[in-house]
Design a binder for this molecule. Structure first.
Ligand code: HEC
Ligand code: HEC
Length: 196
């Protein structure tokens, strides 16, 4: 083997090792979370939210809310007793994962969802989602990214905001969600799932 080929191979293996190290999940992710949310936050199915590229502060806040019982449901059990260092490590890890391919292909409802997202419904008083979640649905520190999220999860959250079943911080989204028709809720969820 020529010396330059050997050097190139060595450089490549060092780069691979560094990459693997940077993205190695904290032990708790593989043990307790990956089953549903995926090792890299890509999610194992429609009902489980994608956590990849979600905002770190938002993830940590939701986990604290689940842990302390402010946000109820299945996840409250999963987060019970999670130590603060693990919450911080999990949130940082998932936030740092690359955006997976869109959760769903574009559907016939996408144009309706696009209108709702960008313009709201001026006839029924739904504000444009864009004003808070951002033009491209990327969110901000405490405002969730919605782009590429699973449609079934989004639709269920909208319903839970309507019924105040999402028990933490539902003040803002409650008044918005309750004005959406079932068709608009599904359409906006399908629009978002097809975004990247
Ligand atoms: C058995 C499946 C399952 C496991 C295991 C699980 N989750 Fe979840 N997770 C869910 C479901 C379902 C939801 C949606 C919650 C809801 O609708 O109330 C969720 C929601 C979340 C959310 C909120 C996302 C958002 O956009 O608001 C976070 C954060 C989260 N899980 C993190 C974790 C972490 C960290 C672990 C490991 C400690 C974990 N989950 C383990 C099923 C699971
Ligand atoms: C006035 C600002 C504002 C507007 C307008 C708004 N949202 Fe939100 N939305 C929020 C905030 C804040 C949260 C985080 C709630 C929390 O902290 O629990 C949120 C959360 C959500 C979530 C939960 C995401 C997750 O990962 O669990 C969904 C879904 C959502 N919004 C959809 C929409 C849709 C669809 C529209 C337009 C019809 C919309 N929002 C308009 C502020 C807004």
């Amino acid at each position: 083997m020529s010396r330059s080929v050997a050097a190139a191979l060595l450089a490549a293996s060092v780069a691979i090792a560094a990459g693997a190290q940077a993205s190695a999940p904290p032990a708790v992710v593989a043990k307790k979370c990956a089953l549903c949310h995926g090792e890299r936050g890509e999610s194992a199915g429609e009902d489980f939210p994608r956590l990849a590229a979600q905002h770190e502060e938002y993830l940590a806040k939701q986990l604290r809310d689940f842990r302390d019982g402010r946000r109820e449901g299945l996840m409250a059990r999963m987060a019970r007793g999670l130590p603060e260092e693990e919450i911080v490590a999990i949130a940082r890890y998932y936030a740092g994962q690359p955006v997976p391919a869109p959760a769903a292909p574009a559907s016939e409802l996408v144009p309706v969802g696009r209108f709702t997202y960008l313009r709201g419904n001026p006839w029924s008083g739904v504000p444009a989602c864009r004003t808070c979640h951002g033009e491209a649905a990327l969110g901000t520190a405490l405002l969730p990214r919605l782009a590429g999220q699973n449609a079934a999860y989004l639709e269920r959250q909208i319903r839970e905001f309507t019924q105040r079943k999402r028990t933490n911080d539902n003040e803002v989204m409650h008044v918005i969600a309750e004005r959406l028709t079932a068709l608009e809720a599904r359409a906006v969820a399908e629009y978002l799932a097809a975004l990247r």
